[in-house]
Design a protein around this ligand. Sequence first.
Ligand code: SAM
Ligand code: SF4
Length: 326
Amino acid sequence: MLQDRYGRRFRYLRLSVTDVCNFRCTYCLPSGYQAPAGAVPEGFLGAEEIAVIAAAFARLGTSKIRLTGGEPGLRADLPELIRICKQTEGINTVALTTNGYRLPKQIHDWHQAGLDRLNVSIDSLDRQEFASITGHDKLPTILDGLDQALSLGMQDIKINAVLLRDGYADRMQSFLSWLRDMPVTLRFIELMQTGDNSVFFRDQHLRGQEMLTMLVEQGWQETARAQDAGPARELWHPDYAGRIGFIMPYSSDFCASCNRLRVSALGRLHLCLFADQGHDIRSWCRDGDVEGLMQHLQDMIGDKGESHLLQQQHTGATRHFAMIGG
Ligand code: SAM
Ligand code: SF4
């Protein structure tokens, strides 16, 4: 079992499969994806390397893998990657975070490959606003894909929306009306500062706590959190089909419930989203050395810090989330 010196256990791996993204979200890649200067000699993790990572983490107690990016839907072999993770002994949940661009065309394949959980990022339900946040007029396509996922019977679908100051009140109202009949969990994520977005962050950051308090006043109730649950807080309301969650990394005890580790698409282990560096695990992946990787992961976990230092504007090596998967 992967456990750190603060007693936190890590059953959840966020595995990025590409840095590339086709969207230009204002808070993440406002100028679009730029390939790093100089060649990336080995490219992104291949299917066989991903099999090694999944096996090593699973043998150390990981039961859930989330595939993320960049935009994971841009990888043609995504169904194979889902299948590999799903067939790894010990992994019982394979999840995907996507911007939804390929959802209508791909969801059947992803589902058939064994995808258990789906998170789709939708920052606004207003078509124009959605296009101005993401750089793509794709809201109707994404909503169509979401309906298809629901009709496949997928459970516990989550919608990620980053909390942004401009236009916040109108967005909140339309999300609330939508949730009356939409059986999904809408998760508001506090905008986090990264190396590249500090000006945008200063302008747009909004705390979630005030909104959470307002919802409780309107009859929303907080669900009890399971032991080992991650840091999200979740609310339900008897008159709504949907739920609302909050991810508030700027709240004081956020890191106490951290249950996840991250591996970037270049094969670097990140002990925290805002760590100063990633640790290269590529050689074990390349050699197919599951036991060697397990030993290395156990050695590395001791270096995990107690908390991020976001309150002090310390964003570590993370220039934007597309390079690590959020
Ligand atoms: N491209 C996919 C997507 O957007 O769903 C997966 C990768 S994206 C980096 C994962 C999540 O991180 C998305 O829900 C996105 O909204 C969120 N995100 C990106 N940058 C963020 C930031 N600076 N603060 C908070 N959330 C952010
Ligand atoms: Fe792409 Fe996701 Fe970043 Fe938006 S948040 S630019 S969709 S990686």
